[in-house]
Structures are given as C-alpha cells and as structure tokens.
Design a protein around this ligand. Structure first.
Ligand SMILES: Cc1cc2nc3c(=O)[nH]c(=O)nc-3n(C[C@H](O)[C@H](O)[C@H](O)COP(=O)(O)O)c2cc1C
Length: 341
C-alpha cells in the first residue's frame, strides 16, 4: 500500500517520497529585477536537506508587470535562468527534485501601473483596474509562458508547475466571474490556458510532466463549483496537463455562505474528485501538516502527492518528524543522525 514515504514516478520524474514543498512567495527578489537571491538559495536548499521529495519554487513570473510585487521572482530573461541554476544544483546535490511555478498575476499585480486581465474588472476597490488583453496581448503572453518554460528546462528543473489558481491570470480567464469577454476567449474560457499548456509542452522534453495548480472551487457568490472545475480540468488534461495540484479560491472576497473556515485536509475531497472523475494524478494541499492526515490522503488514494506549505516554513525538517511519527523508514543525513525528530 502506498504511503507518505513511498516513491513515486510520473514520466521521467522519480520522487523518493510523496512530500512536496508547496510554492510559497518569499517576496525576496532584488527589487524590480526579479532575480533570486541568497535567501532563495538557502531557503530551498534547507528543504532539500530536510528530505522533501519535490520542491516547487514559488510563483515565478513571465514578465515584469506580471508580478504581485516588485520583490517577486521572474523568468523573463536568460539571466534569470542562469541565476536559478545554483538553486537547482543544490537541491539535486541534497537529494531532492525541484520544479518551478510559472505564473502571471494579471489583475492581482499590485506594483505595476497597468495590470492586464481577461476583462477590465478590478479585484476590489483597493486594486487598480486592469486593461482587457487584446488578441495580440494574448499571443505575447502565450509566448512569455513558453519562453519561461524553455528557460526552466534549460536551468535544469525537473518539472514545471503552471499557476492556474488563486485568482491569477490563467484563473482570471477560466472564471466566468473575471472573464466576461465577448470573443472566443470568453466563449471558450479554457482557450487561453489550453494555448499556454500546448506552448509550454512544445518546449518541454516529452517525458517531463507538466503540473497545473487550479482552484477547484471559487468562494465568491457568483463563483464556479467543483463540477465546473472537473469539466475544465478534463479539457486541460487533454491539452497536456499530467498532474493537477488542487487548491481553491483566491478570485475575490469569499462569500460567508460559500466559504467555511478551513480545517485540516479541507481541500483533499476536491483532489479526490478530480482524480476519480478524470483519472488523472493529483496533488492535495492545504493544512496537511499533521502527518497522519497527510499519510491518509496517500494511503486512501485520494491523492498521489501531498504539498506542505506553512508546515515546512516552520519545520524545515518536517519530513523527518513525519516519518518518525508514522514509524516509516527515512534516510536522515548522517550529520543529523543523533538528532531526535
Ligand atoms: C507565505 C506564503 C506564500 C505563498 N505563495 C504561493 C505561491 O507562490 N504560489 C501558490 O500557488 N501558492 C502560494 N501559497 C499557498 C501555498 O502554496 C499553499 O497552497 C497554502 O499555504 C496551503 O497549504 P498549507 O496549509 O500547507 O500552508 C503561499 C502560501 C504562503 C503561506
């Protein structure tokens, strides 16, 4: 029976366990230039030393104006690609696989003067009103995602995650709440994502998996339902997504009737539904730092992988503690053998 520490293989990606470090913005790039710093090198290397199977580097954006803040990472030049190489090399040296989350913040880009989106609707009154992407903007954006994917491959990343969740640009196109276009990108709300996925896959090695993070539920009053997410995920899978990282929300202010207070594993049922209905591998995420609950998601085949976010910020060696608590075998670096986890 599979468990948290069992190995996992998808395409050419072989993981030593099912534990993924969830992408988490550090807002620690050099102001404006989007370059990773020493902080990123140490932050990610520490989690590799700490035994996670796969690290997913935080939201890394395809253009300068596509970032939440001026301190967010970018991959819009070959200089960025080269700056990520030491992080990739250190992760590998310490036994982890490493991916990167490629993104564009769209209308949630806070530090740009002119954010772009599917439709000219501001997130709320504190955000700038975005301009509606024209067909030529869309072509430019698709190429931006593709170029970022190519650079990620060249930097040596093992896998790419496309950010299609949390109210960022791709999610803005997928959602009827933020996509009110009258053209073909409005009639077929998956079209932008499909074009991005195909463009990225065209520059990725054929056996390198593409992960996509989606919001399986929206929490605004007019938001889409899990059944809608199942339907659009089917289309995205056909376009080339190999594994879904199943999150939720982020599109706007949650409605009190649709959004319950999160509890341990609250998004696991969304992951299970997508896995069962579409027959696609999934990663579950969200308050899974209790090892019993994370392990149960794998053992019960609700998910193929589990992503840990805040649990790995507070406990970089969470993986060792989880293995100890679950009484599962785990390789601990020899330097730490005398430690108690
Ligand atoms: C500081 C911080 C930064 C985050 N940045 C990102 C991000 O860059 N991309 C993303 O998809 N999710 C991001 N998230 C969401 C996490 O990846 C994760 O889905 C969420 O924290 C729930 O998991 P957890 O309960 O294990 O923390 C962030 C969360 C935190 C706490």
């Amino acid at each position: 029976m599979n468990h948290l520490m069992s190995s996992y293989k998808i395409g050419n990606l072989e993981l030593k366990n099912r534990i993924v470090m969830s992408p988490m913005c550090q807002y620690s790039a050099v102001k404006k230039d989007g370059m990773p710093t020493d902080w990123h090198l140490h932050h990610y290397t520490t989690r590799a030393v700490g035994g996670v199977g796969l690290i997913i580097v935080e939201m890394t954006n395809i253009e300068e104006d596509g970032r939440i803040s001026d301190f967010c990472l970018g991959l819009w030049s070959d200089a960025h690609r080269d700056a990520f190489k030491p992080i990739v090399d250190q992760a590998h040296k310490h036994g982890a696989k490493i991916g990167i989350q490629i993104a564009h913040a769209g209308r949630k880009a806070e530090d740009t003067d002119s954010p772009i989106s599917a439709s000219p609707i501001a997130y709320d009154e504190t955000f700038k009103k975005p301009y509606e992407a024209s067909e030529s903007d869309i072509k430019r954006l698709v190429i931006g995602y593709q170029d970022a994917a190519r650079r990620a491959v060249e930097a040596g990343f093992d896998v790419i995650e496309l950010h299609g969740a949390h109210g960022y640009l791709i999610h803005q196109f997928l959602s009827p709440y933020t996509n009110q276009r009258q053209d073909r990108y409005g009639e077929e709300r998956t079209l932008f994502a499909v074009e991005v996925i195909k463009a990225m896959k065209a520059v990725m090695p054929t056996d390198m998996p593409l992960i996509m993070r989606i919001s399986a539920m929206e929490y605004v009053e007019e938001g889409y339902e899990l059944t809608d997410a199942v339907a659009f995920s089917r289309t995205l899978k056909e376009a080339g997504v190999d594994l879904f990282d199943v999150s939720s929300g982020g599109e706007g202010k949650p409605s009190s009737t649709r959004f319950q207070k999160p509890y341990a594993g609250y998004q696991v049922p969304f992951a299970r539904k997508i896995r069962q209905e579409i027959g696609v591998p999934v990663m579950a995420v969200g308050m899974l730092e209790n090892p019993e609950i994370a392990n149960a998601a794998i053992r019960s085949n609700d998910a193929d992988l589990v992503a840990i976010g805040r649990g790995l910020l507070s406990h970089p060696y969470w993986t060792f503690s989880a293995a100890t608590q679950l009484n599962l075998d785990m390789h601990v670096p020899k330097q730490y053998e005398q430690a108690t986890f």
